[in-house]
Write a protein that binds this ligand. Sequence first.
Ligand SMILES: Nc1nc2c(ncn2[C@@H]2O[C@H](COP(=O)(O)OP(=O)(O)OP(=O)(O)O)[C@@H](O)[C@H]2O)c(=O)[nH]1
Ligand SMILES: [Mg+2]
Ligand SMILES: [Zn+2]
Length: 304
Amino acid sequence: MEVNKEPFQGTVIALKANYIIVKIKYNKSFLSKKNTTNTSQLVCTKRNRLAYKGYSISVGDIVSVEEIDWVNCRGVIDSVEPRKSYLNRPSVANFTDLFIVISLQEPVVDINQLSRFLIKAEEVSTHVYIILTKLDLVSESFVEEYNFRLTSWGYNTFPISIEIGDGIDQLLYKLRLAKLSVLCGPSGVGKSSLINYLIPDKSIPVGDLSKKLKRGKHTTRHVELFSLGQQSFIADTPGFNKPDFDIKPHSLGRLFPEIRCQLKNKKCKFRNCLHLDEPGCIISRNWERYDTYRNFVEEMINLH
Ligand SMILES: Nc1nc2c(ncn2[C@@H]2O[C@H](COP(=O)(O)OP(=O)(O)OP(=O)(O)O)[C@@H](O)[C@H]2O)c(=O)[nH]1
Ligand SMILES: [Mg+2]
Ligand SMILES: [Zn+2]
């Protein structure tokens, strides 16, 4: 048995009950091992001292793996790199882009729910996009209406259908530019189906909608990364229907592109303006999500 002493870097792609699946980085050191192994995926445990330090390893973490047994594809995680980004629910580290996935039909778009997902995403990333799925189930004008609405909020959207293959090329182009894209959104919108479509040799379980409620059945249970070419990962995540957040009321404004845009060249009179009814507030009330913003501020005031 050849056990490798030198460390190799890799990315955690999944967490199982007692072990951690790591994909080793494709670099010179790895290529030198190519004749010993035909996989870059290792089943790992972690050093006890990582557990003592309270390190909880997350999918997306960059780790150093030692004592690699290339024949049996095993290794031991020795250290974890500091995270460049982190989303707590679903738990993913080091993502570069967040894609909120919602379906135009089955389940129907819930605008308030979408805004909640966006707020959570805006809190941790400056690269937030919206994927609108199942466009084959609605009329062209319906797709245009939604596209127009969400663009006016300040978001780039990707309307797609895996049934008829529409919009996939543009989305794939974008995904390949990102190091780690996360798909998050409600259950049943087609996150896992999209990954199956993009990576044909994968067959991630997908679920029908519940007949009565026309909602997803929470088919995906764990976060998992999949490789899109050699440079990019895409994360499938479990859908959930009510994203919760706990944000200081004064911080909410910067999480709405509509407010950020208005504050680019002008300032409100008071630095801590909540843009509700304060004197000297320069934020217009004439945009679609102003009431959503107001409701979120009130929700956060009640929470604190
Ligand atoms: N008509 C149509 N149905 C789709 C499309 N994409 C996905 N679906 C269907 O949507 C249902 C739910 O798909 P999943 O991929 O399991 O949804 P998910 O977002 O992964 O759901 P969770 O894992 O529960 O979070 C399945 O029945 C898919 O066949 C699409 O583009 N058009
Ligand atoms: Mg799924
Ligand atoms: Zn203001």
